[in-house]
Ligand binder design. Structure first.
Ligand code: XBP
Ligand code: MG
Length: 260
């Protein structure tokens, strides 16, 4: 149950791809709506979006797209303002989609959050996405009190450098007042894993279609999802010899925290 003297006290979750599959049918569609609304002929199809996901942060992703994919685009004088306006419109579309119920939690997420709460663990969020998006997702999936389940929500531009920089994890750990050794992180991407590992966190990875083939060296366990009793997860890699794991629960997490 313990690693040395350090007990597991908090679970820190990434949002996009980890709590919910938000990217292909959520963020991507909202970006495209914002571009169309602004009269731009930019269209991000699912395959292109997969490549653009290497850049974390929506504003950063738009800038990267213009630099690398639209050499034809004549940047206006106030390009930063255009990016900010497009991004604000994208957030408006995305949060509206969440309110309409376009996104659900990934398998096992609600169960695991409930179990952690009932066992007195703190919950926190460390994400590159915009705070409004996090609040809308939590309200749409966990109910109006959803955000209150989390002791800390670190999101978006609150730190200067986004993942794979560790800044957002350092920020959340400082706000929790806990050392990395008392926490576990949950991520779905190599960028996220690098951020959490650099901050000293043992990290659980659940992959998705966009991130399945990335490099997860250093993760304590890699699964396809957290699993439900009637919907087993598959372990893709693990730092411990485990047999018969079909879903992630607190008992497994305490073991990984202590021994992996
Ligand atoms: C996901 C991201 C975000 C979203 C878009 O990060 O990289 O940029 O794709 O959100 P994480 P914004 O998995 O760490 O949550 O447009 O609000 O940046
Ligand atoms: Mg993610």
């Amino acid at each position: 149950m313990t690693r040395g003297k350090t007990r597991l006290q908090a679970l820190i979750f990434d949002v996009d791809g980890t709590l919910a599959d938000t990217e292909r049918d959520g963020h991507r569609v909202a970006f495209n709506r914002a571009f169309a609304e602004a009269g731009l002929d930019w269209q991000w199809d699912p395959a292109l979006y997969g490549r653009l996901l290497a850049v974390t942060g929506g504003k950063e992703r738009i800038r990267h797209y213009v630099e690398h994919y639209r050499p034809d685009f004549r940047k206006p004088h106030h390009f930063d303002e255009l990016v900010a306006q497009l991004h604000a419109a994208k957030t408006r579309h995305y949060t509206a989609m969440l309110r309409e119920g376009a996104v659900r939690l990934r398998p096992g997420v609600g169960r695991l959050l409930e179990e952690a709460r009932s066992r007195g663990l703190k919950l926190a969020i460390a994400t590159t996405t915009t705070p409004d998006n996090v609040m809308a997702l939590l309200a749409a999936t966990l109910g109006p009190q959803g955000a209150a389940w989390f002791a800390e929500i670190g999101a978006g531009d609150v730190v200067p450098a986004k993942k794979p920089a560790p800044d957002i994890y350092h920020y959340v750990l400082a706000r929790l007042g806990l050392p990395a050794a008392a926490c576990l992180a949950f991520e779905d991407s190599e960028n996220g894993l690098r951020a959490a590992r650099t901050a000293g966190l043992k990290t659980v990875v659940t992959v998705n279609d966009y991130t399945r083939d990335q490099n997860y060296r250093g993760a304590v366990i890699v699964l396809d999802h957290f699993g439900e009793p009637d919907y087993p997860a598959h372990v893709l890699a693990c730092a411990l010899p485990l047999n018969g794991v079909e879903h992630v629960d607190l008992t497994l997490l305490e073991r990984l925290h202590a021994d992996a």
